[in-house]
Ligand binder design. Structure first.
Ligand code: SF4
Length: 389
């Protein structure tokens, strides 16, 4: 089965920017980090890593760990087609891990803005600082697991796809393929045992791959690619599947029964109220650094209350004598983050007085905000442009 999977992957894999080999593009490899990495990888392709882990032949084992790590972080909860332009832009801005480690957090958030799940961007920079402080990229699963924000899946992906180490991984795609191949029932097994079984199978597969002399990267990525392109959630294309003869669900005509759905977490409804102070003439709005908020830390957003210099009353409404006009308008929008359904009400208040930025606040252009913004504030800007211009 593994030979079929690995051969299929080599023939059918999609061309994706993070799958390019080392040295095939403009990514600068820091000399100290790269020379140390190379010294751990024998030119014959056989040998041991820092922790004694076997390194496989060079097929597919020349991807730079920075690129693999970055792509894996971006791909969590996000589709390939969305990630590609962000991946390119991010590497243009931060071509090396040292560039990322020393960048301003605001610039990192700006490069990430729109991808969502912003803790990934903060963790990525924390991780970059950790790696740079060590002077080399981690060389083993254990070392990768010490990098902030890196869990067993990401560590397994970087070690197998970049270092060629025979370590397992399980993501949503792998889980779907395994659950169909072996008719794994989460209802029967219970959630914990179901998870453990997935990892047990992944470990078994990767150790067999090593015995067969297959590339660790091709086998691990083969599972993921099969799940992403053939054994898909809806309408799996079993007719094109290299593992059809090995598949229990196919044989028993129960493909659509797997994977069984997880019980959905309860929906949480939240309401947000923000203010858009709009200088229509100059096409600018007032935004606030939202570092202190529970959500979207590191991004800029519309303020929940105006700064004191704008003389608002206790309930936040604009006073006649102040710098702000009384004309107001309400915009409503909705956003979903995991199981949170957020309804946002934005009170638009118009002003004409020229104002300067104050601490934690900035006037930004509606056309080129030049601040890291999340999807909700982008949506409000779009609504303002549609409604008032
Ligand atoms: S035969 Fe169908 S269900 Fe089974 S692994 Fe292949 S694509 Fe998935």
């Amino acid at each position: 089965m593994l030979k079929k999977l690995s051969g299929w992957f080599q023939r059918q894999k999609r061309v994706l920017p993070w799958r390019e080999a080392l040295g095939s593009d403009s990514l600068t490899v820091p000399a100290n980090l790269e020379s140390k990495r190379r010294s751990k990888t024998p030119s014959s392709g056989q040998g041991s890593g820092a922790n004694g882990a076997k390194l496989n032949p060079p097929i597919g084992a020349h991807r730079h760990p920075y690129r693999v790590w970055l792509s894996e972080m971006m791909l969590q909860q996000t589709q390939v087609v969305t990630v590609i332009p962000y991946f390119h832009r991010f590497l243009e801005l931060f071509p090396t891990i040292e560039d990322l480690a020393s960048a301003k957090e605001e610039d990192v958030m700006k490069a990430w803005a729109g991808l969502g799940y912003y803790s990934r961007a903060r963790n990525l920079q924390k991780g970059a600082k950790h790696i740079v402080s060590q002077g080399k990229f981690p060389q083993s699963l254990e070392e990768w697991l010490e990098v902030p924000g890196v869990g067993p899946y990401t560590a397994g992906a970087v070690c197998s796809l970049s270092l060629g180490q025979y370590v397992p991984l399980v993501d949503g795609n792998v889980e779907r393929v395994f659950s169909r191949l072996f008719c794994l029932s989460r209802k029967t097994l219970g959630e914990k045992q179901y998870r453990d079984e997935q990892w047990r199978l992944a470990k078994l597969a990767i150790s067999k791959a090593e015995k067969l002399g297959l590339s660790a990267g091709d086998v691990n990525e083969g599972w993921m690619e099969l799940g992403a392109t053939v054994c898909t959630t809806k309408n799996p294309v079993c007719g094109l599947c290299p593992l059809q003869k090995n598949c229990t669900a196919f044989r028993e005509e129960r493909v659509t029964a797997f994977p069984e759905k997880k019980p959905k977490p309860e929906k949480i409804f939240l309401e947000e109220k923000v203010i858009a102070l709009l200088d229509k003439k100059r096409r600018k709005v007032l935004l606030e650094d939202s570092t202190h908020r529970q959500w979207r830390k590191g991004l800029w957003d519309f303020p929940e209350a105006l700064p004191v210099e704008f003389s608002t009353t206790a309930n936040g409404r604009a006073r006649k004598a102040s710098n702000v006009a009384l004309t107001e308008s309400i915009l409503k929008s909705k956003h979903v983050v995991t199981n949170h359904q957020i309804s946002r009400e934005t009170r638009v208040i118009f002003t004409e007085k020229r104002m300067i930025d104050s601490k934690g606040f900035a006037w930004v252009s509606l056309d080129h905000p030049e601040r890291p913004l999340g999807a909700p504030s982008r949506k409000i800007i779009k609504l303002i442009l549609e409604r008032f211009f």
